[in-house]
Design a protein around this ligand. Structure first.
Ligand code: NAI
Ligand code: CS2
Length: 487
């Protein structure tokens, strides 16, 4: 079969020239999904091109993604990334991946053994927000999480990413090996701190000595990651085939923009990703907060209200002037004032660039995709800012509308009475609430009472409950487009 590894590729494909044979799996990456392929693996590829060093990546999917791993193996772990601008597209062949593992193919032990090999210095992760098994409201390990309960009962045979990390660290300690750095690359506020808390909380429940060793020896740098990478579709894959000259089932399309800000805190060495455009800084938290609130907060707003308003893609919502204005106002008036940024940061320029990125018509980023897992996303994208406005008494109507949009979306029924395929770890709880209240305004209070999402304070704030209820009623009675236009 013709694959990208055995067929001449179109001349427009940008091919690396570094020697792959020197690469070692010094990074084990958990989560070979869309984003990692277009971000960390691509940065690594460009770093290797400039340095010729030996930092290769072993890819692991702990949940799903078996086909992707099989396809990747069939093409010698090579794949392509299409960077699609509004006008032109660059196609890059990525050669930084050395090997791959899947517990459903090789077994859990093989994954743990790989993570425990001496040369492995970094475990990186793009495992989605829910992969941390943390309580979204507190950021601590959720001991009631089903995966965590199973792993606590049987820590040598883990299923969760947290369980794998703790067991691999136990093995490394037993073997007298250096630990690895745990680097989260997920859209989680203070992602390193959340990863650390989850790992330490888990370790403390299985072996307190191990927990103390991890606390003293392992680092969990925070990172701010940014690049819009929609899930692959038959259309993007067909386009990649056309651009590359042969089918690449692992190919992925994304926007040209990319950003990676990394806390420089590694215990066992790290690649010079800065050579490929990443930034190493002492404190990432302000950048993470900026990105999560301004980009992701408005993305979620557009996803819920856009989906309900009949828009399939983010770029479609940008064709409606009131959505465009609401997204910009949300960034500048609801989110920017809550941030404390290093001097010289131009938040208005950042917001303008975000609107331009959202408008990119070549990028078919589905509102439905971004709408997924709202229970994990809303607290960090809107919750922190809400607390700020409620404390200082400033306007937060965009946040109230965003939350009301999410609530309407999770009812599971759209404005045409069609079913919405709601994907969320808490979907059962949402279903029960809607079964009890229907679409009556009382449903708002019932949802705001979910502690894991909203904590215990917000429900006590009458002004806030009223603002969300009003926004919800407006969406229900007049529709999402009119509700957004009213802002
Ligand atoms: P994807 O759906 O293509 O991949 C998800 C990956 O997460 C898969 O590799 C899967 O094996 C793994 N996974 C899912 N649930 C898991 C669990 N409970 N434990 C361990 N692993 C689990 O999604 P994509 O686009 O790769 O995004 C993944 C994450 O990357 C996002 O949730 C976000 O935090 C981050 N991200 C994504 C961006 C994007 O534009 N796609 C941009 C910036 C960050
Ligand atoms: C999006 C993000 O799916 C989502 O929730 O908001 O994945 C977004 O595309 C990235 O964070 C951009 O860096």
């Amino acid at each position: 079969m013709d694959t990208i590894s055995n067929t001449p590729l179109n001349t427009n494909v940008i091919r690396p020239t570094f020697d792959r044979s020197v690469l070692k799996s010094r990074i084990v990456h958990l989560g070979f999904g869309a984003f990692h392929r277009a971000h960390q693996a691509l940065f690594t590829n460009e770093m290797l091109e400039k340095t010729g060093c030996d930092w290769g990546i072993c890819e692991v999917n702990l949940f799903g993604g078996e086909d992707l791993i099989t396809q990747l193996r069939a093409q010698d772990h090579l794949y392509t990334v299409a960077e699609k601008g509004a006008k032109a597209t660059d196609v890059k062949l990525i050669a930084s991946v050395t090997e791959s593992l899947h517990p459903n193919f090789e077994g859990k032990r093989a994954v743990l053994e790989k993570m425990s090999e001496e040369q492995v210095a970094i475990i990186s992760m793009t495992i989605t927000e829910k992969g941390y098994c943390a309580d979204p409201a507190t950021g601590r390990l959720d001991k009631n999480n089903g995966l965590i309960q199973a792993d606590l009962a049987n820590p040598r045979e883990p299923s969760s990413a947290i369980g794998y990390i703790v067991e691999a660290l136990r093995i490394r300690r037993e073997l007298g090996l250096k630990p690895f750095t745990v680097m989260s690359c997920d859209n989680v506020q203070e992602n390193g701190h959340v990863a650390r808390a989850a790992v330490l909380d888990f370790a403390n429940l299985v072996d307190q000595e191990l927990a103390s060793w991890i606390e003293a020896n392992v680092t969990f740098p925070c990172t701010m990651v940014d690049r819009i990478v929609p899930a692959a579709t038959p259309e993007t894959l067909a386009e990649i085939t056309e651009l590359v000259g042969v089918a690449d089932p692992c190919g992925i399309a994304c926007e040209p923009f990319r950003q990676w800000v990394i806390e420089d805190n590694f215990v066992n060495g790290r690649p010079d990703w800065d050579i490929a455009g990443a930034e190493f800084v002492a404190d990432v938290v302000p950048f993470e907060e900026m990105k999560l609130r301004m980009l992701n907060g408005s993305h979620s707003f557009l996803a819920y209200l856009g989906y309900l308003g009949g828009y399939k893609h983010i770029s479609d919502t940008m064709t409606n002037e009131s959505y465009r204005r609401a997204a910009f106002d949300m960034m500048m008036q609801a989110q920017a004032p809550t941030l404390t940024m290093p001097e010289g940061t131009d938040l208005e320029a950042y917001a303008k660039l975000l609107i331009e990125r959202f408008t990119n018509p070549s990028l078919k980023h589905q509102t439905w995709q971004i709408a997924m897992d709202g229970s994990q996303k809303i607290p960090q994208r809107m919750g922190g800012s809400l607390h700020h406005h409620l404390a200082v008494g400033t306007e937060y109507k965009w946040l109230a509308m965003g939350i009301a949009g999410w609530m309407t979306y999770i009812s599971g029924v759209d404005e045409e009475n069609q079913e919405i395929d709601v994907r969320d770890p808490m979907v059962e709880q949402f279903r029960e609430i809607y079964q009890q209240y229907g679409k009556e305004p009382a449903v708002v209070k019932a949802i705001l009472s979910i502690e894991a999402i909203f904590g215990t304070d917000l429900i006590k704030n009458e002004g806030f409950v009223e603002a969300v209820t009003k926004a919800y009623q407006l969406i229900i009675s007049k529709g999402a487009r009119a509700a957004v236009a009213s802002l």
